[in-house]
Design a protein around this ligand. Structure first.
Ligand SMILES: Nc1ncnc2c1ncn2[C@@H]1O[C@H](COP(=O)(O)OP(=O)(O)O)[C@@H](O)[C@H]1O
Ligand SMILES: [Mg+2]
Length: 255
């Protein structure tokens, strides 16, 4: 077994008197999809917020062998730990292509002096970034004919793909996706599934919070089930699916 890319140990979060997360541990390896499932309010998003230090928590986080407990989100991002949110977030005033080009130029970065003194270098760099931006967008299922549109004008499912593409292009080793399939229909789900497989093929570690059981069961390599802030069950999808406690957690609350 490879070393995990990302490992969380004993993660706990309290909001005042409310224990939102209690002693949660999991890890994700290169080319692995770890699914985190559980009823609404189970603490799934809080788990992401704690891992990326967006809420106060206890517990330890290791990323690529380095203790990153307490590092702010932008430092984690620079190391290659990226996440998407339940709501999409883009720069609205510019095109989809410019959103992607901006990410690529930011991650490679020319010193300002070079940009000012050697404008043709900057120009070539920008053209190269645009070509790469088109290619990445198409790979993530954003058709070329839409690249000139602002993100808000894209169909909803395509916006979901764009947010994953942007997180990927920032140089992700681990992608944490919070309900990427929320609100998606059939063809969009297939497009998302293809992208997940592609990311796995690139040896990226994926942590996937998802409500769509068929997507999780088909694509996750390992599952963690949260209920009321605690790990209720974990294991491979078939084992977890057959676990009576898991069925109870879902069906018991459906009424
Ligand atoms: N910042 C916060 N302050 C107080 N309570 C919160 C906060 N964030 C989440 N919660 C509560 O923690 C619980 C878990 O929320 P969340 O992690 O969003 O659940 P999930 O993503 O599994 O649906 C919920 O009861 C929610 O109301
Ligand atoms: Mg959530």
């Amino acid at each position: 077994m490879t070393e995990p890319l990302l490992r969380v140990r004993g993660l706990s979060v309290r909001f005042g008197g409310f224990q939102a997360l209690q002693d949660v541990s999991w890890e994700v390896h290169p080319g692995q999809i770890l699914g985190i499932i559980g009823p609404n309010g189970a603490g799934k998003s809080t788990c992401f917020n704690a891992t990326t230090n967006m809420v106060r928590h206890t517990g330890a986080i290791t990323f690529m062998g380095q203790d990153v407990t307490g590092l702010p989100p932008y430092r984690l991002s620079a190391l290659g730990l990226h996440r998407t949110f339940q709501q999409n977030a883009f720069f609205g005033g510019i095109s989809t292509l410019e959103n992607m080009t901006g990410v690529l130029l930011r991650t490679t970065g020319t010193p300002l002096a070079v940009a000012v003194l050697l404008p043709w270098v900057e120009y070539r760099r920008r053209r190269a970034a645009e070509a790469e931006a088109h290619a990445i967008l198409e790979r993530f299922g954003v058709p070329r004919g839409l690249h000139h549109l602002p993100p808000a004008s894209l169909p909803y499912g395509t916006q979901r793909m764009l947010s994953i593409a942007l997180a990927y292009a920032e140089g992700a080793r681990v992608l944490m996706l919070d309900e990427p399939a929320a609100g998606l229909g059939g063809p969009d789900m297939e497009r998302l599934a293809r992208v997940l497989d592609r990311l796995r093929g690139e040896n990226i570690g994926i942590v996937l919070i998802e409500h769509h059981m068929d997507l999780v069961m088909e694509h996750a390599d390992y599952l963690v089930v949260l209920e009321q802030g605690k790990i209720l069950a974990h294991g491979d999808p078939a084992t977890v699916q057959a676990d009576p406690r898991v069925l109870e957690a879902y069906l018991g609350r459906a009424a």
